[in-house]
Ligand binder design. Sequence first.
Ligand code: GLC
Length: 569
Amino acid sequence: MSNESTTSVLHTTIDHRRSSAPGQEWWRSAVIYQIYPRSFADASGDGIGDLAGITERLPALRELGVDAVWLSPFFRSPQRDAGYDVSDYCDVDPIFGTLSDFDALRDRAHGLGLRVIVDLVPNHCSSDHPWFQEALAAGPGSPERDRFMFREGRGEHGELPPNNWQSIFGGNAWTRVVEADGTPGQWYLHIFDSSQPDFNWKNPWVWEQFRQILRFWLDRGVDGFRVDVAHGLMKKEGLPDIAEPEVGESLAEGMMKPDEVPYWAQPEVHDVYRDWHRVLAEYEGDRVLCAEAWVEPLAKAALWVRSDEMHQAFNFSYLGTPWEAPRLRAVIDESIAAFESVGAPSTWVLSNHDVVRHTSRYGLSTYGAAPASGIGPRTEDKPDDVLGLRRGRAASSLMLALPGSAYLYQGEELGLPEVIELDDHVREDPTFHRTNGEVYGRDGCRVPIPWETAAPAFGFSGSGESWLPQPATFARFARDVQRGDPASTLELYRAALSLRAQHELGSGAVEWLPGYGDDVVALRNRSVIVIANLGAEPVALPEGALLLASNPLEGGMVPTDTTVWIAAD
Ligand code: GLC
């Protein structure tokens, strides 16, 4: 199939029994590549990516130069929220393959020197999960119901929801059930879709189930977990109303709310991660927990990575920072200080499966601090693709020069833009449907990625099928046309990752360089000087050999929206 599968790559086998000295663990400086399984590579030909497809394509990631992959959920699921609605935590959904396909993937990844992180979804399961079905059948007051958040409704006959919370995907956060005798009964809480009932994390039974799930995957050789909605597990006692429920916001907006929201960032949530830390510590090989905790400010997000809790937390403040030099300098300083204060590395991230791709965000004239709520045909402010790609390349080149761990989202190494022209009827994100199309949501960043320009479905699937339609413009982003072209985004990422490893930037430190204007981010990390010029005026190149330029120099100067790396010594 791909050219990449025949490429000779360096084979390094990971020895999982070895742990590094504290402070030297692999994840402190790793570049971790997010695979969104349904959109990466489809070996079965049904138009949905699968584990076998991923395994075949792994050499391309080794060639890219990342250290690990994080797989979004591939567990059994009715797929109402693309697998974030799990109906069996310890099995693979048939659309993605089998447990032996997972084992083959893990072995291939480890053989290539790539670690494997899987997604854990502990805030909620699928309403199809036997645990929830048992809770429905068992009725009010039963131990089975106590595994979830069932409550009586308000109003004379319980006809009103127990409080005013709204789902992050739009609409009410409560759904009323019909009891066994056919009468309307209790309500259950779902912070997300009605098919995603929230667990009751005050119940020790839930704790025990998740310990077992962790052990199942740790025994199967995974290197860690990305923990979904890690700020949401505990709800405030009494489930009080919130002041102003928001309607029609994006996932990112809904996930990053102020402190007082009674379903986010409750102090008891940290006990859960202390418990999990102890479970991981029973295993050799520096297994890692990474928090998806949309918490601001960064000093608060750092609470998730205290030395007895998780190891990493996504830096969503960085992701949400506009392309403005003073704001970038400030967020870099704030990130390093916040995470350092608890002995954790900072992480960096620009894109994932929940936000508009950064090459498109940076091309929007109204791009502010918050990621947009999806872009579609009816959106007025459409991105300028040329500007967005130019800035996106400069932003990635800056991010990959920073010390700590960086997360990449599949396709960003190709410079893929958000897909805007998706018809309403092909959109699958529950956000789109629950807001009656008011929020476009996340389908535009989830379109299957292009591998070969001339192949059916651009090499995503041999059958030419693709669960979301790929635009014709993907032809020019295909990996095979970029490979070997020094001006391509793929080769820019490869060069940046190779230089990052060679100069050990992941374990370095930021030293700000004086003498540059306000519109320039100028820093030194170990032996590399990094200049990101966000201003209109070109900036003179410092002394030293040019290692990397996100865009061609102009007249020997660093032009606008360009990042360069220079060898300092
Ligand atoms: C996280 C996931 C997102 C999912 C939500 C509910 O934010 O990243 O994709 O929809 O949690 O599980």
